[in-house]
Ligand binder design. Structure first.
Ligand SMILES: [Zn+2]
Length: 312
């Protein structure tokens, strides 16, 4: 190797170390900020959350590889792919993706019906023999998302190849619209900017997001039409909205609880600063806040059985 090339290689190695050092420092600062009261202080890393969820589901008979996970998070690349891969590993089957902008549950009852038709009806035992399942099982997971940087600033996320970026862009846009229009004299029709509140046919998901989120805002006990909510509050409202849309749509399906069981799971996905691994590759640093809405399963008795995420 020529002298120039050796110097080049050394520089590369040094920049990797530098990146690693910065990444570690950023992650530690992020964790300190996240643990401060008032935002998402009870959030835990995604891997630990999935271990808890797998244990809670197993306790009520939802065993790994024997149910179909159905994931409704934002269509943003940082929201879907890391969680999708982690869920595939944790649950043993690939999730059906219900995702729309902002994590909203707009894919509708037809998408839920389609997902349910993909549920496993048998699994393979240790001898690779088919074992029939008496019941079909589905796990529906609603999950809006938000970036938080190492300074604890909600909405800020440094993407690979891009320093200044944000998440969730759709929910930030909704909040920005409230700020720009002013909260006085605003209503569900004026918030949507296309022809006095009509759904924009070229921007379907965002138009409906604005309407749903504004209705949710009006239902909020703190909303007095005076103060624009924080982004953290908007994301928490989005979780409530996704959950209620999902429940309403499931209600339309008339699932036969004597035969088929389902779980409804809700949480918020938080993107911390990315971690640079030993090879200098960027890894996502995802945390989960799951304290706002209790998860449950619907089985034979037609009453919800609440999941216990504290088994681990
Ligand atoms: Zn998003």
């Amino acid at each position: 190797m020529s002298k120039e090339n050796v110097i080049k290689e050394n520089k590369k190695e040094l920049s990797k170390l530098d990146a690693k050092h910065k990444s570690k420092e950023k992650c530690e600062k992020f964790e300190t900020e996240l643990s401060k009261p008032g935002i998402f202080e009870t959030a835990i890393p995604l891997k630990l959350y999935l271990e808890k969820l797998v244990a809670a589901l197993a306790e009520v008979g939802f065993m790994k590889g024997q149910f179909i996970p159905c994931l409704c998070t934002c269509r943003d690349e940082i929201a879907v792919h890391g969680v999708y891969d982690a869920m595939t590993e944790a649950f043993g089957l690939k999730p059906f993706v219900l995702s729309c902008l902002g994590g909203m549950m707009f894919s509708g009852v037809t998408s839920l019906e389609s997902a349910m038709k993909h549920a496993p009806q048998y699994f393979l035992d240790e001898n690779r023999q088919e074992v029939n399942l008496k019941n079909e099982r589905y796990v529906f997971i609603g999950m809006p998302h938000i970036g938080i940087n190492e300074e604890g600033i909600p909405g800020v996320y440094e993407r690979e190849g891009r320093h200044h970026s944000h998440a969730c862009g759709a929910l930030i846009a909704f909040r920005d619209a409230l700020e720009i229009k002013g909260t006085h004299n605003i209503n569900v029709n004026t918030i949507v900017q296309y022809r006095d509140g009509m759904i924009d046919p070229d921007d379907l998901e965002y138009s409906i997001l604005q309407k749903r989120m504004f209705s949710r805002l009006e239902q909020s006990k703190d909303w007095k039409g005076e103060k624009v909510p924080t982004l953290v509050d908007v994301v928490k409202m989005a979780e409530l909205q996704i959950f209620s849309d999902l429940e309403r749509q499931l209600g339309r399906l008339k699932i036969d609880n004597s035969k088929n069981f389902y779980a409804v799971v809700s949480c918020i996905e938080i993107h911390g600063p990315r971690i640079i691994d030993e090879e200098g590759k960027a890894q996502e640093n995802t945390w989960i806040f799951y304290d706002q809405i209790p998860d449950y399963v619907m089985m034979k008795n037609r009453d919800p059985t609440y999941l216990n995420l504290n088994l681990l």
